[in-house]
Ligand binder design. Sequence first.
Ligand code: AHR
Length: 644
Amino acid sequence: MGIFFEDINYAADGGLYAELIQNRDFEYSESDNHREKWNAKTSWTLEGSGTDWSIVTDNPLHANNIHSSLLKTDKVGARLVNGGFDGIAVKKGEKYDLSLFFLSKTVQKVRISLREGDKTLASTVVSLKSGAQWKQYGAVLVPSASAEKAVLAIEPMQTGELQLDFVSLFPQKTFKNRKNGMRADLAQTLADMKPRFVRFPGGCASHGNGIENIYHWKHTVGKPWERKGDFNIWNYHQSRGLGFYEYFQFCEDIGAEPLPVLSAGVPCQNSSRAGRDGKNDGQQGGLSMDEMKDYLQELLDLIEWANGDAKKSKLAAMRAEVGHPKPFNLKYLGIGNEDLISDVFVERYNYLCREIRKAHPEITVVGTVGPFWEGSDYEEGWKIAKQEKLDIVDEHYYNQPGWYFNNQNFYDKYDRNGTKVYLGEWASKGNKLENALVEALHLTNVERNADVVVMSSYAPLLAKEGHTQWNPDLIYFNNTEVKPTVNYYVQALFGQNSGDEYIPGDVEVMFKTDRSNRVSRSDVMKRIGTSVVRDSKTGDVFIKLVNCLPEDVNLTVDLNDIIKVETIKSGKNKTVGASSYYLDADYTVLTGNIAEGNQKPTSGTAKVHSESDDFSLEYTMPKYSFTVIKLKHTDVNKKGTKVK
Ligand code: AHR
């Protein structure tokens, strides 16, 4: 179980990335959002009179950050105000790191304040050194009251000219207190899922809207004000403040493997922008094969940057310089994202996959097989995977609940010895309990096929209220709240209770009423899912039970093959007794009205029956429910009975 983070629905800027200032570098442009005609002034306003405000490109702070603001003040009193992402939410007494760049020949003092309405929540006065060079200034702001819709105001305290750029405000309390870090509550909600990997940065955001919008990882590392932002295929701006370093660091912080998925040198097949020559629209206009050499190098450089020895490699030294001397130990690299399998694509995809595997046999390359569970991209993608003997391919499907009921044997038919599957994007088109249960049912089928489906991640992951381009999503949020969906709890329960051994157990289902005259047994049975897995390190066993029927169902689980209790004989060859260490089984259950989606898991304890060496568990699955029962393993009981 893993997660797929894409910058869609304001998942990064205004979302997981904890920066509170929107358009901090005055680099927004109409490309970001044509409809709303975004520009370098978006999210900023000038309040008051006596100051003229313009956007200039003289003396850029950096070649990737060429716009800045120029304030010409004839009469003091006006201020430049940033409204954040739907306001700036701050908490009373917490510390916020303010950082900004000024270039001033005349103005010597600037007041910077956090305000809500007429109320000043925190304020500082920055004394400037005059000169022709940019200089970074900073302060810590501590609000006197909490606010949901504060603004940041920058007010020259003398007449004259003042140039400013890259205005940043971060809570000190980010996830793991990292600088340039992530919003703690959102990141913790992701960490709580216990994902074993994180796929990033897209999705469509990886291959981009047209050639010029292909995601280049090198644009996303280094000092935040030196990174190269870009428009987002989802119609807003990517500051790239949340970049590859931050993604890798997050993976390390939560014990997950990084899985970068990058373009195969072609943009999204649904691109609306023309290729470089103005003729080749969308996918058909991949990078030229000459450019592909550089592009390949960029991907090889990523591996070097992530895994190289900082003492020997310049790229690895870049990683060390910003705080990570040890390698990140990258193991996976995805090439392509549900692309149209065209000739242009195949030439570039094969070239990249072959060269990367040749140069780095230690890296598992993850290929792509289109956006659906069938059709020509799926078939052609799989054909290439088999020809090229790819290790893993990334499957995507967003289907209605009925598909999952009727395709429970989907992976049973797959070749057990061929290319493995990463179920990289999937969902059942809804945030009701009905959807969550069908997703749990699918995951029991995926667990049964874990020798084929080696990774799985729901999509999309995050969505900011009021800014969603895609529904449903796993976790909704606004500036102050995180709202996991009922689907989230299913993904999290699978992540928190996963094993590395599948136990084909004997789960006997008993219905309270005789349904034989009403529906065929198979129709009933396909609404019930079970899966039993063990964590070989701890010995803990996890039993997952899904009931999509409108009635409670009694179950007996024969535990004898599952928990492998071994009795120890005494010297006189008498059985000392059976272990009692598996006897209490904690369970977590998600249940309620299937037409609603507000349920949260509750917990309880189920009873394990033991008669001599015979172990079984009885449990009643509530109607419309998903249950995980955890049989906690302990090595040896007090009487000397071994429990394997
Ligand atoms: O998950 C949302 C989008 O769905 C992804 O960007 C894309 O890969 C797929 O079409």
